[in-house]
Design a protein around this ligand. Structure first.
Ligand code: PXG
Ligand code: PLP
Length: 429
């Protein structure tokens, strides 16, 4: 029997919502209805569903080379894809380590950071700094640096981490795009560094724009300030761009959009347009060189880390085709061009009952709802269920609904999304 991930298994099994097909921006439900996909799957199918070019690339790859050992042997597509990502990524983010999920991309980044300091002769730099409401996947490292309490509560002792405060301020409610207030929250990093000692801190990890906790945006100037403080104290800055990577903020990476370059970048999801599991951790050249210089004889492993399916040929084939589509169809640009229309549409819900906040950036937005007493997740779940019945898949998590449609979306689909939400929220009891 199937034990479903991050799902209310009991309710779902009593009242299953089953998806059996997809095309473009729409799903086909088991009861034969077209359902608009307002979250690009789970933030991953940014180029729309069932792209023929990806199907052809994957089919051809599986018939040519289905698997090759990830350790001690290579295959051409992994090298090609790494070069492709290097070309897209900012500055000297040049070396790409493959894994199979965002969680593994994060785990790889955290281990890479600790090992880097060990090799640099500062082995006491082991502590991580995460941020409240952050989501970095579900492995032990990612769970530790994550800042959503319910994701941590059941698991006992975690990896040594302290957290910055999140940047969700009441004063910024209903901001359009980046909020004005809150740059000073970055100064809390100075406080943590003072308290714990720069010499004990390996890295700071943040999502430049948090997706999971309900599209929490960086206040104007905030990321720049985190960068400055990290640089000043020699602390590595990791951007977890598992959601924001590959166009979601209107440029290839949020690092480009916000003009702040991290030392390590975590990627997944839209890398393959969701067509195959794949994560990637991209490091600055100096980090890679540190491993090489300290690696001993040429046959020795410099970084004792990797997954059986790191750089899997099928995932590489999917990613190479997906990145072709992103580039050829100029989809990051399309995402930026549709942003003002999307912004007006989502903010059009303002004034409906129970709406506490609406947040947006590029083709991403969240609607925060007033909760039932002691039941933060209930009202969004009820809204989402009603939307599903009206032909709209919308994501609910915590006290928020999140919307992040594929970049190939049409304006009529955006209208449909917010008309349904308007009807459903407008008639809540
Ligand atoms: N980092 C970030 C920033 C993420 O958003 C992960 C790591 C983990 O990736 P994997 O591939 O291991 O799940 C994520 C994943 C949602 C939602 O609705 C978000 C994610 C996954 C599923 C749902 O907000 N983010
Ligand atoms: N557990 C066992 C017993 C293994 O042999 C391996 C890999 O060889 C793993 C876990 C890790 O699996 P993966 O490399 O797919 O993450």
């Amino acid at each position: 029997m199937y034990w479903m991930p991050y799902t209310g298994n009991r309710l779902m099994k009593d009242n299953p919502r089953m998806i059996v097909g997809a095309d473009g921006c729409y799903y086909l439900s088991a009861d034969g209805r077209r359902i608009f996909d307002s979250l690009s799957g789970l933030w991953c199918c940014s180029m729309g569903h069932n792209r023929r070019e990806i199907a052809i690339s994957v089919t051809s790859q599986i018939a040519t080379l289905d698997y090759s050992p990830a350790f001690q042997f290579g295959h051409p597509q992994a090298f090609q894809l790494a070069n492709r990502i290097k070309e897209m990524a900012p500055a000297d983010l040049d070396y790409v380590f493959f894994s199979n999920s965002g969680s593994e991309a994060v785990e790889t980044a955290l281990k890479m950071a600790r090992a880097y300091w060990h090799l640099k002769g500062e082995p006491e730099r082991t502590k991580f700094i995460g941020r409240g409401k952050g989501y970095h996947g579900v492995n032990f490292g990612g769970t530790s640096v994550g800042g959503i309490p319910s994701n941590r509560a059941l698991y006992g002792e975690l990896v040594d981490t302290v957290h910055l405060p999140h940047t969700l301020l009441r004063d910024n409610a209903f901001s359009r795009g980046l909020p004005d207030k809150g740059v000073e929250l970055a100064e809390d990093l100075e406080v943590l560094v003072e308290e714990h000692g720069a010499k004990n801190i390996a890295a700071v990890i943040v999502e430049p724009l948090s997706g999971s906790a309900g599209v929490i945006l960086p206040p104007v100037g905030y990321l720049e300030r985190l960068r400055e403080i990290c640089t000043e104290h020699g602390i590595l800055l990791i951007f977890d761009e598992v959601i924001t990577g590959f166009g979601r903020t209107g440029r290839n990476f949020a690092a480009d959009t916000f003009g702040v370059v991290p030392d390590i970048l975590c990627l997944a999801k839209a890398l393959t347009n969701g067509c195959a599991p794949m994560g990637a951790t991209v490091a600055r050249s100096e980090i890679y060189e540190t491993f090489m210089v300290n690696g001993g004889p040429g046959y020795a492993t410099e970084f004792p880390h990797g997954y059986t399916c790191s750089g899997h040929p099928i995932a590489c084939a999917a990613a190479l085709a997906a990145l072709d589509i992103l580039e050829e169809e100029k989809l990051a640009q399309r995402c930026a061009e549709l942003a003002p229309y999307f912004e007006d549409a989502i903010h059009g819900l303002k004034g409906l009952p129970y709406i506490l906040d609406i947040r947006n950036f590029a083709l991403t937005g969240a609607i925060q709802l007033e909760t039932y007493p002691d039941e933060p997740a209930r009202r969004p779940a009820e809204v989402a269920q009603d939307c599903w019945e009206k032909g709209l898949y919308v994501r609910y998590a915590g006290d928020c609904l999140a919307v992040a449609p594929p970049f190939i979306v049409e304006k009529e689909d955006i209208d449909f999304t917010f008309n349904v939400l308007n009807d459903v929220i407008g008639t809540l009891p």
